[in-house]
Design a protein around this ligand. Structure first.
Ligand code: LFR
Length: 482
């Protein structure tokens, strides 16, 4: 097969991008067509200001990026969309009923109580395989049912499926992301019995499709703004959960490696052929999310780079002239802190003043928090690394995978301090990169569907290993773990 090209639309919780890629069995060349901030917005709802995504704004950015791809490459073969998980839009007769809620919005607590009153958490775990996160879609849906908005809707579309709908008119639910609703069976079907017990309307859930399925062509109404040639590119379902696409592009041998997909979140785990649903795994809050080609992403959510980005946002709000880069450089010169905090504490989930909440965590234990922003950055990095190391070893123990190496992909792969600390605290070599793993995984699945590449995930990963920049960090000052 010759060289062809595809475009990946990749929306993270912090930023989004449109990546144009040229692909052949020995070629993987990426060009950034657009990059934009993802800035959520609080909107008054009569009794409180609720946190929403600005999805129509993101869609505008996506169209701008695709227009520039179209001008450069009218013969583009395919477009694929991935985004963060769990969040969704509700529609009626094709109309979006409101900007989707942000998973960091405070509304979900009531949904958790409602759901657990009808199905206890152990049973939810055996059915859906998910770690407990208060924003899993099923809890959000319970809130929408209680508030009446679900009854107004005839469609539920997860965020990447909603963008695909706006591009093509096709109504579908891609399986990797649908698995994060908590409403899929181990066989990857909508769990009708669970949906009924939760009194959710079964008819809102669209037909499921696998990553790699062509879902439609660009709508005629878009053809003026997106000047592609001929019939235009096909839109292909990819691993539409961003983490599923990232795991496709981890250049690993899954039988001996753990991965950390490190962006806004740090998703730490291993890839398995099938779900592992044990009480130990549930207690350790490990999830079984659907992967591309039917693989399972057995992982735990660690709070991730959010702790850094949201802290920097607070310092800037206070008028300090700091950037993450300058603080990381300063932090690297400081001694390693002896006291760490638990980055997974739920108090760190909501937006706002994180440095004060971290200081509170220390104060509650009679400990002093670092006084300077650089000191705070260092303790965040070390605490994240310790949590990463802990989850790597737990994933290995819970699944029997003999982990010999840790692959760290995503924006965190640029953070040398974090990569080295993860090596030191896990006692394992860390292979960092690619930074754009999510977009690459999105590209690879489209390219395979378009016939530009063949083979299984191992073949796709071999192409990443040959073409991506990988930096190795060996443990030098091994610190105790576990
Ligand atoms: C990462 C991610 C995680 C998911 C969280 C919320 O961007 O998709 O996998 O748990 O965001 O959707």
């Amino acid at each position: 097969s010759g060289v062809g090209s595809v475009a990946a639309v990749d929306l993270g919780a912090t930023s989004g991008r449109v990546i144009h890629a040229r692909v052949a069995p020995d070629t993987l060349e990426l060009t950034e067509a657009a990059r934009f901030q993802n800035t959520p917005v609080r909107v008054w709802e009569g009794d409180r200001a609720a946190l929403h995504w600005n999805l129509t704004g993101l869609y505008t950015n996506v169209l701008d990026g695709l227009a520039s791809v179209a001008r450069a490459d009218p013969a583009l073969a395919s477009i694929g969309v991935d985004a963060w998980a769990v969040d969704y839009g509700l529609l009626r007769d094709g109309r979006l009923l409101g900007e989707p809620y942000h998973y960091r919005d405070e509304r979900t607590a009531d949904g958790v109580a409602t759901v657990h009153a009808s199905v206890e958490p152990g049973e939810l775990y055996r059915e859906g395989g998910l770690q407990f996160l208060p924003f899993n879609s099923l809890y959000q849906l319970a809130v929408d049912a209680a508030g009446g908005s679900l009854q107004c809707a005839d469609r539920f579309l997860l965020v990447p499926d909603l963008l695909t709908f706006w591009l093509t008119g096709a109504v579908q639910a891609e399986r990797t992301n649908a698995s994060t609703t908590g409403l899929l069976t181990a066989d990857g079907a909508w769990n009708d019995a669970l949906i009924a017990r939760l009194a959710l309307p079964r008819s809102v859930f669209p037909p499921l499709v696998d990553a790699g399925t062509p879902v439609g062509r660009l709508l005629p109404s878009l053809r003026g703004d997106l000047p592609f040639g001929g019939n235009g590119p096909v839109v292909t379902a990819v691993g539409s959960h961003d983490t599923a696409s990232a795991v496709v592009a981890v250049p690993m041998d899954a039988s001996r490696a753990a991965y950390i997909s490190c962006g806004t979140w740090g998703l730490v785990g291993v890839e398995l052929p099938r779900r592992v649903v044990s009480e130990e795994g549930r207690a350790a809050n490990f999830t079984n999310e659907g992967g591309v080609d039917g693989r399972i992403r057995y992982l735990h959510n660690v709070m991730g780079l959010w702790l850094l980005s949201e802290s920097v946002r607070e310092w800037q709000r206070r008028g300090l002239r700091v950037t993450l880069e300058s603080l990381l450089a300063e932090a690297a010169e400081l001694p390693r802190p002896s006291d760490l905090f638990d980055p997974d504490d739920p108090r760190f989930l909501a937006p706002g003043d994180l440095p004060s909440r971290i200081a509170e965590w220390f104060a509650e234990r009679g400990l002093a928090a670092p006084a300077s922003p650089a000191g705070m950055v260092r303790v965040i990095v070390e605490s994240l690394a310790a949590a990463f190391a802990d989850s790597v070893h737990r994933a290995a123990a819970l699944t029997g995978v003999a982990v010999e190496v840790v692959h760290l992909v995503g924006g965190g792969a640029r953070n040398a301090l974090l990569c080295q600390a993860t090596a030191d605290r896990s006692g394992l070599p860390v292979l960092a990169g690619p930074v754009e793993a999510t977009a690459i995984g999105n590209v690879l699945v489209q390219a395979r569907a378009a016939g530009l590449l063949g083979g299984d995930l191992e073949t796709l990963r071999a192409l990443v290993a040959r073409t991506a920049q990988i930096t190795r960090y060996d443990p030098v000052r091994i610190l105790a773990h576990g």
